[in-house]
Design a protein around this ligand. Structure first.
Ligand SMILES: [Zn+2]
Length: 115
């Protein structure tokens, strides 16, 4: 079982990792192919043009799509990964704080029984 001290150390370490939130981006990357109806040799050959899109979902089933330039894709991919990392860390910090709450409660119960 984790001690109070271990839990606090772990929590503070996680919280320190959250210091650079400026890069986070929620959403997912999609690659689409667009086809021109006429006047394009590539599309006439059936190739089409690859297009990267960031899609972001909102409550109520709403969705926003942002077209990306190819050079934006690596940066966006990294920012999405950071968002997930942040979410995982926040969740872990919350669990540790819950553990500390329970630990405090058990301690005060013990004290009640002793007195
Ligand atoms: Zn085309």
């Amino acid at each position: 079982m984790m001690t109070r001290w271990q839990a606090i150390r772990k929590r503070d370490k996680l919280a320190a990792q959250l210091s650079s939130a400026s890069e986070v981006l929620r959403g997912s990357l999609l690659q689409r192919t667009i086809h021109h109806s006429s006047g394009c040799l590539k599309c006439a050959r059936g190739e089409g043009h690859p297009l990267w899109v960031l899609t972001v979902g909102y409550p109520g089933g709403k969705n926003r799509q942002v077209s990306l330039r190819p050079d934006q894709v690596p940066q966006v991919r990294k920012a999405i990964e950071q968002y997930h990392q942040f979410k995982r860390s926040l969740e872990a910090i919350s669990e540790l704080n819950q553990f500390l709450l329970r630990l405090d409660r058990e301690k005060s119960k013990e004290r009640e029984h002793q007195s």
